[in-house]
Write a protein that binds this ligand. Structure first.
Ligand SMILES: Nc1nc2c(ncn2[C@@H]2O[C@H](COP(=O)(O)O)[C@@H](O)[C@H]2O)c(=O)[nH]1
Ligand SMILES: [Mn+2]
Length: 473
């Protein structure tokens, strides 16, 4: 048997003005010390460690034969999307009305309204975005812009019937709530204008042009993704309501369905002790975990397709036009089986998005010409970028960072960034209904530094720069 030795040292994409933090690098290295790596772990710009997460952000890790849920968020399929609008730039009154309607549709705190029936939750878990497109009237052709067309095939992992037999009905009941909700803090709904186009051909293919209005949003995968994450181990982020739900769901899911004493003991050891141990991909438990992961991913895809439908409808009503077209929707917390080198590996991305080159995208789609579209947001006070996968994306396990928020803050703190000299402003809305406030923009030094690293290494090619006009967060 040929043995390939894989380096354990992370492959770090950083730069002199944005060096990856040595302490956080040491944490990452320690965390993957015993992992069956299929390639060196990848560290991207905006590398930092959030206290509620096991793994630092802006990371991709490929393992050869195990699934390691802690190498991504406990709730998979948090993601971002970009919508290209086809209307004139609205006045302030239009913007205020737009966000009033968004808050009305998706208030925060969310209503305890059942958005879906249990049958529909099952469909979302099995059919992903295809279910949501039918239910919320989105042209199925638009799903070519959603990663994996918004649906992972459950049949590879035991099928929908197995999921229906095993997942407790309480999981479906809770997942009827809050479907499509965006919410505040790092989640946002931002109106932008395309200020600069770098790659006119890619921009045209993607449906974006100079001066155009765009809408970018960041939303989680929803209740079912959190429940499934919690079923497979104890995670750092384990709020009380989830603990209460898990007290019932975990024994039903893992123990009541066990078919032998051996299986019962194995599941007790895997899912009822501290932490969240790795699971062998080729084992019965690995198959079951991949099935649950695919269902969670599908529900998350459906969730953001529902958000897309709602935002598009509101934009059409308030601004006129059709409400626009989807440019891209991609998760930044995911577990996929992908080709790495010459074998299939389990690729875990944590707060990093996939950047597949044209040849890995589905034939006949726009991404098969441009490469997968990649979003690199700055903040609501800086530009954000639309890019596509670059010629050397393989070097980063086909991954790019999902944002540059901490870099923008670091640059401002270190005096490497200052207020924008042209006096640009964003109209910022909150969920409390208070009057919006105007906030001054920074220069783009922070987000440009992140983009520069990705571009210099050939991981992405920039397509357009987007300046925020207004945001709800
Ligand atoms: N354009 C905007 N980008 C934003 C906003 N708030 C956050 N962000 C970016 O998103 C990423 C992801 O956030 P995270 O907390 O999940 O890491 C962050 O790094 C920022 O780049 C916003 O209002 N507008
Ligand atoms: Mn996210």
């Amino acid at each position: 048997m040929e043995l390939t030795l894989i380096g354990r040292e992370p492959r770090v994409f950083d730069g002199p003005r944005l060096p990856a933090d040595a302490t956080v690098l040491a944490e990452l290295t320690a965390q993957v010390a015993d992992a069956d790596l299929a390639a060196p772990p990848v560290v991207l710009p905006d590398f930092h460690h959030k206290s509620t997460m096991e793994l630092p952000s802006s990371v991709a890790v490929a393992t050869a034969g195990t699934i390691r849920p802690t190498l991504t968020s406990a709730s998979v399929n948090c993601g971002m999307a970009l919508l290209a609008l086809d209307c004139e730039r609205p006045g302030v009154a239009g913007v205020i009305e737009f966000y009033r309607r968004v808050r009305e549709r998706y208030p925060y705190p969310a209503r305890n309204l059942r958005e879906l029936s249990t049958h529909e939750v099952r469909r979302a878990a099995v059919e992903g975005s295809y279910f949501a497109a039918e239910r919320f009237e989105v042209d199925a052709g638009e799903l070519a812009r959603v990663e994996e067309f918004g649906r992972l095939d459950l049949d590879r992992y035991g099928g929908a019937d197995r999921l229906a037999r095993e997942l407790p009905s309480l999981a479906y009941q809770l997942a009827r709530l809050r479907f499509g909700t965006v919410g505040p803090s790092n989640h946002f709904v931002e109106l932008q204008v395309v200020e600069e186009v770098f790659d006119p051909r890619a921009a045209e293919l993607l449906g974006v042009r100079q001066g155009q209005l765009t809408l970018q949003y960041h939303a989680g995968g929803g209740v079912l993704t959190g429940e499934i994450g919690a079923l497979f181990g104890r995670r750092k982020h384990y709020p009380r309501h989830l603990r209460m739900a898990m007290a019932v769901q975990k024994p039903l899911y893992h123990l009541a369905t066990a078919r032998s004493y051996r299986q019962l003991r194995e599941r007790l050891a895997l899912y009822f002790t501290d932490g969240c141990p790795p699971v062998s991909r080729d084992s019965e438990e690995g198959q079951r975990l991949m099935l649950a992961n695919a269902a969670a991913m599908n529900y998350g895809f459906a969730f953001r397709t529902a958000t897309y439908a709602a935002l598009k409808k509101i934009a059409a009503t308030v601004f006129g036009g059709t409400g626009g077209r989807l440019v891209v929707d991609s998760p930044h917390n995911s577990i996929y089986e992908e080709e790495v080198g010459d074998r299939t590996a389990v690729v875990h991305r944590h707060n990093s998005c996939r950047a597949f080159p044209a040849e890995r995208c589905a034939p006949g789609t726009v991404f098969a010409e441009t490469g997968q579209a990649v979003l690199l947001p700055g903040t609501s006070r800086t530009s954000s970028y639309l890019a596509v996968a670059g010629p050397k994306a393989e070097a980063s396990l086909h991954s790019a960072c999902h944002g540059a928020g901490t870099l923008v803050a670091d640059f401002a703190e270190k005096g490497l960034s200052a207020e924008h000299p042209d006096g640009h402003e964003t109209l910022r809305f909150g969920y409390d209904g208070a009057a919006a406030v105007r906030v001054r923009h920074f220069d783009d030094n922070g987000v440009n530094a992140a983009l520069g690293v990705l571009v210099d290494h050939g991981l992405v090619r920039p397509v357009a720069r987007l300046r925020p006009l207004a945001v709800l967060n």
